[in-house]
Design a protein around this ligand. Structure first.
Ligand code: M6R
Length: 366
């Protein structure tokens, strides 16, 4: 059942070229310039005219929501707020009929997310679901939605569900942007082709597995890890840190790289591994200086860079080269090495990767 892999988590990490492909199939038609998400078709106009989009989720799904915030605001020019379901439901939130809520959940059974949906619904908002489990409670509670079609995810650490969620949310954003006219036709078309290339680029990123196993050997006994990213890659830093802490029990924190100066830089010394997502995008020059700041304090830098980069490799201790893609789609590629790094570290520490202590696959109690 693990398909020859030692753990479900590793199987699910390696399934991503297929699961993303399954998610895009039949929906994305790059040549025709078309996107068809049948489940939300009737709600596209409503979203185009929405005052704002509220995204509600927990854990890794919340990280997918943060990526979506950057994508929706960039392409659709609609204000987005991303909320932890548990906070949203208990603070008498301001919600009305003009709001569109997107609820994201792999299991579709997370208690806080379900309760947050019921609350927003009672205030008249339109609720769109992004779920993996067909027929789940959340899928049934929403007005409309699109499934992620990632297949069953058994490992407690979410991997393939995360990339499928981002794939669906990207398609939604592009459909809305096209309807709204907030994205030029040429940019829209180019993005469709790029999205189509994601499964192949993820497959290429998976070839880094052996290199990540080597890096894991070096850092498996670290007590702390810092993950840094900017822009679209900031949520990837949060996700990388969550993957590491939940399966290896190493304390890890994700930060927007520029926030380092406001506190976490005090943690950096020769003992501190710092994973920096430093791919070639609009914030590249800024992140180069963040890497210099870490090196000046003797931190160990593990950098995820775009193929062919020459600047960061001069400074970083370990360099992980991923295939290049536009800013907005990079989270789908950049998260792969981080999933693999946590996996190998956890295995080397003898942890129960698929069922980490104190955790359940779906959190059905608050
Ligand atoms: O099923 P959901 O997507 O609603 O679950 C949300 C979180 O409980 C989940 O993502 C959790 O954070 C994972 N263990 C992270 O890997």
């Amino acid at each position: 059942e693990k398909g020859g892999y030692d753990h479900f988590m590793l199987k699910e990490i390696f399934e991503q070229p297929k699961s993303i492909g399954d998610c895009l199939r039949g929906r994305l038609q790059a040549k025709e310039g078309k996107l068809v998400l049948g489940g939300i078709f009737d709600y596209v106009t409503k979203t185009v005219n929405a005052d704002r989009i509220l995204i509600i989720a927990c854990g890794t799904s919340w990280h997918a929501g943060l990526v979506a915030e950057y994508i929706f605001e960039e392409f659709c020019r609609i204000p987005v707020e991303v909320e932890y379901a548990s906070e949203f439901r208990y603070r008498n939130p301001i919600v009305n009929e003009k709001d569109v809520v997107i609820a994201i959940s792999q299991s579709g059974e997370t208690a806080d997310t379900l309760a947050a949906i019921e609350l927003a619904k009672s205030k008249g908002a339109t609720i769109i679901g992004v779920c993996n489990v067909v027929g789940s409670s959340i899928a049934r509670a929403t007005h409309a939605g699109s499934y992620t079609h990632a297949g069953p995810e058994i490992g407690v650490a979410s991997t393939k569900a995360f990339t499928a969620q981002i794939s669906v949310l990207t398609m939604m954003a592009l459909m809305i942007a096209e309807k709204k006219g907030s994205l030029s036709e040429s940019k829209y078309r180019a993005l469709l082709f790029e999205l189509e290339s994601v499964p192949e680029k993820v497959a290429k990123a998976l070839l880094l597995n052996d290199q990540l196993e080597e890096i894991a050997k070096v850092f498996k006994d670290a007590r702390n890890f810092l993950y840094l990213g900017r822009g679209f890659n900031f949520p990837v830093a949060l996700e990388g840190a969550l993957k590491l802490k939940e399966i290896s029990y190493i304390h890890a924190e994700g930060y927007p790289a520029a926030e380092m100066k406001h506190g976490p830089i005090a943690l950096i010394d020769e003992e501190m591994p710092v994973v920096v997502i430093a791919t070639k995008d609009s914030s590249y020059e800024k992140i180069v200086s963040n890497v210099q700041e870490v090196k000046a304090r003797k931190g160990k830098v593990i950098a995820v860079v775009s193929e062919g980069d020459t600047e960061i490799p001069k400074m970083a201790d370990y360099v992980i080269e991923v295939p290049h893609i536009s800013d907005a789609l990079m989270p789908l590629i950049a998260v792969i090495p981080l999933q693999l790094l946590s996996y190998h570290i956890a295995v080397m520490r003898g942890c129960n990767v698929d069922q980490p202590r104190n955790l359940a696959k779906s959190v059905t109690v608050e």
